[in-house]
Design a protein around this ligand. Structure first.
Ligand SMILES: [Fe+2]
Length: 353
């Protein structure tokens, strides 16, 4: 049966004082419960591989999340950036997806505007406005009232409430030092963890908002991060490059007992599932990338947290929630809609102790 597009009930903006008092609400609230979410990353419209949209459309998911590198803008020329977003608009499969799902989006470096870029990108304000216009954020939406494109979305009633938290890993991020050491086997060797605790990934405003969001009642939380949260040994961009920020993420989930939280990520041009035990809490990071181009070499890099195999066929991510059985199935899908790997997660396995 065709799934109806969830109806937006409301959206609201809370002041910092309200957030500090723990009066947390999701930015956007939808009445309808959802059981299928698809997501994807790394789509270059110029590479003419739009077939992945066929595979995604076959899933008939209620929600699709663009998780970053949704185009390859890579410019400070805002007219050129708009034209590059126009190339995505021109892809029929994208338009069908936009018309048949609730489309959510955050960004990564290439659609933000600069490879591996952070807060020093000179056009971040202008790029944000173009991004929000492209994804049709309402003119008075919370995301237009603040810096960065982060946002939270809650679907469904109590007992079947799914919260999707989109993080912005670009707008506030400090510059990261490049690796000086010789490249190790099984890595790309670009970055290494910083010991400088003044370096931020999310920035304080987003951290305060995120902590409030973890207190919004929800039965499942999907944490969308453009870059990988757990896989940190490849020398690519990931949360492990800023270890104190990664630790803060885990600590907040534990502090607020945000049960049934897991991450989705993109960026690396292949798909893998990672799992790490955080003092008794089993944290999962499901990576799906790329929709138009992939890298076998990067897929072969080391990741001690990997569960199963890495996939470098064009792929998108599929999350199926069985509310009655209290379980979640994570799958990477290809352009035919076939499942390339599947992993079953019981809600109970995602409990915070
Ligand atoms: Fe990226």
């Amino acid at each position: 049966m065709k799934q109806a597009i969830p109806l937006l009930l409301s959206y609201l903006i809370l002041s910092n004082a309200q957030l500090a008092q723990g009066q947390a609400e999701a930015d956007f609230q939808y009445e309808q419960a959802i059981s299928k979410v698809t997501f994807g990353a790394c789509f270059n419209p110029r590479m003419q591989k739009p077939a992945i949209f066929d595979g995604i459309l076959k899933q008939d998911s209620a929600v699709f999340v663009f998780i970053g590198d949704n185009i390859y803008g890579d410019t400070t020329d805002m007219e050129l950036l708009k034209r590059k977003w126009g190339k995505l608009e021109a892809v029929e499969g994208f338009r069908q997806l936009r018309d048949s799902t609730t489309l959510l989006a955050t960004w990564d470096d290439h659609d933000y505007g600069v490879n591996d870029g952070g807060k020093s990108y000179a056009k971040r304000e202008e790029s944000e406005a173009i991004f929000l216009d492209f994804f049709k954020d309402p003119q008075d939406s919370p995301r237009r009232q603040r810096e960065g494109v982060y946002g939270s979305y809650v679907f469904g009633p109590a007992g079947q409430r799914c919260q999707i938290i989109l993080l912005d890993t670009r707008y506030f991020r400090d510059e990261l030092p490049h690796t000086k050491a010789k490249k190790k086997k099984g890595t790309v060797g670009w970055y290494e963890p910083t010991e400088d605790r003044s370096k931020t990934l999310l920035g304080e405003a987003q951290w305060a908002w995120f902590e409030a969001q973890l207190q919004v009642p929800a039965d499942i939380r999907i944490l969308a991060s453009s870059i990988q949260v757990l896989a940190q040994d490849k020398g690519m961009e990931n949360w492990g490059n800023v270890p104190h920020e990664q630790a803060r993420l885990f600590e907040l989930i534990k502090k607020h007992k945000a049960h049934h939280t897991f991450a989705i990520s993109g960026d690396v041009h292949f798909s893998e599932l990672s799992q790490r035990d955080i003092d008794g809490y089993s944290f999962y990071d499901f990576t799906s990338s790329g929709m138009s181009h992939t890298s076998k070499g990067w897929a072969n890099c080391v990741n001690p947290y990997r569960v199963g195999k890495a996939i470098w066929e064009h792929n998108a991510g599929l999350i199926e929630i069985d509310w009655a059985a209290e379980s979640i199935q994570l799958s990477a899908i290809n352009s035919n809609g076939d499942k390339l790997f599947t992993h079953q997660l019981a809600f109970a396995a995602l409990k915070v102790h």
